[in-house]
Design a protein. Structure first.
Length: 295
């Protein structure tokens, strides 16, 4: 008993007509009649009571109908699962990463995912959080790592890293020996900042304003190395996430910020109303499992 013959039988039952079923299935009426007759011979009972107005299932027809529905559902479920497995073995994922982040944690995530799904390829783009958000909205990126909260509500997100910012000063700076510092202590300093594409800049400006002053910004850039070099050369100071500050040279000093603590919250985002392929759904599940959310 072939699954396709059972599907033809289901279609005849659904439409109540050999002619309509044949038209819908794009086969001839004699062909579908022969298939139904072969099923009747195989089960040993007639399947329909035939009349001019309608087809009515016999008792044997109702039994076959109930089982055929289950066979058809299982057959379709099997094909769907096999298709999903094929999709998980192929695909390309585009991710935006802010250039300010310590990429160590994310490179480990991608390496672990690649080990499990070696045919998946990745495209990584470095930019500021604001520009990354725009590219996810424009569908030129599939995922983005951004400073949370975002300015958009069109995203699903998973927040996975929360840490404080540290003040970065030259090793010869008068504040370099301090273990902790208040934001208000920086009101007379010159600031080296990331440009306006970076949400970190907004966080620093807001923290300074809340402390009662406007930061004096003397240079802006998109390059972390340039900021570090400018600070080491005693041109100004900056604030960076704790994880990023651990990779800096000995020419600068990282100092904990208190009163208030300036928090930096990273999240993985993806477009809310986008229909995601299975490989991207699996990447989200994988990322949530592997990325540790630090409070």
């Amino acid at each position: 008993m072939e699954i396709k013959h059972l599907q033809y039988f289901l279609e005849v039952t659904r439409l109540g007509s050999f002619t309509q079923a044949a038209n819908h299935l794009y086969i001839t009426q004699p062909a579908i009649s022969r298939i139904i007759k072969s099923l009747e011979e195989e089960v040993g009972f007639p399947l329909f009571i035939r009349s001019r107005k309608q087809l009515i299932l016999t008792e044997a027809g109702r039994v076959l109908f109930e089982h055929a529905k289950q066979f058809d559902q299982q057959y379709k479920a099997m094909h769907y699962e096999l298709e999903q497995m094929q999709q998980l073995n192929k695909g390309h994922i585009r991710i935006g990463l802010p250039s300010i982040t310590n990429s160590f944690f994310f490179s480990h995530l991608i390496a672990a995912f690649h080990e499990e799904y070696p045919e998946i390829t990745f495209q990584l783009e470095e930019d500021g959080s604001k520009r990354i958000e725009e590219q996810v909205l424009e569908d030129s990126l599939d995922f983005g790592v951004v400073v949370f909260p975002t300015i958009h509500d069109e995203f699903h997100y998973y927040s996975f890293l929360k840490e404080g910012l540290k003040v970065i000063v030259p090793s010869t700076h008068e504040l370099a020996d301090k273990q902790q510092i208040r934001v208000n202590d920086l009101k007379h300093e010159s600031f080296i900042m990331f440009n306006k594409d970076f949400s970190l800049r907004d966080s620093i400006v807001t923290a300074c304003q809340n402390a009662g002053f406007e930061p004096r910004i003397i240079s802006e850039t998109s390059q972390l190395d340039f900021i570090e070099e400018m600070v080491a050369s005693n041109v100004g100071i900056t604030l960076l996430p704790e994880s990023t500050s651990t990779e800096l040279t000995n020419d600068v000093k990282a100092i904990t910020v208190e009163n208030p603590t300036v928090v930096w919250d990273l999240a993985l985002i993806w477009k809310r109303n986008r229909q995601l392929p299975e490989v991207m759904k699996e990447f989200i599940r994988f990322a949530k499992e592997k990325l540790m959310h630090k409070e």
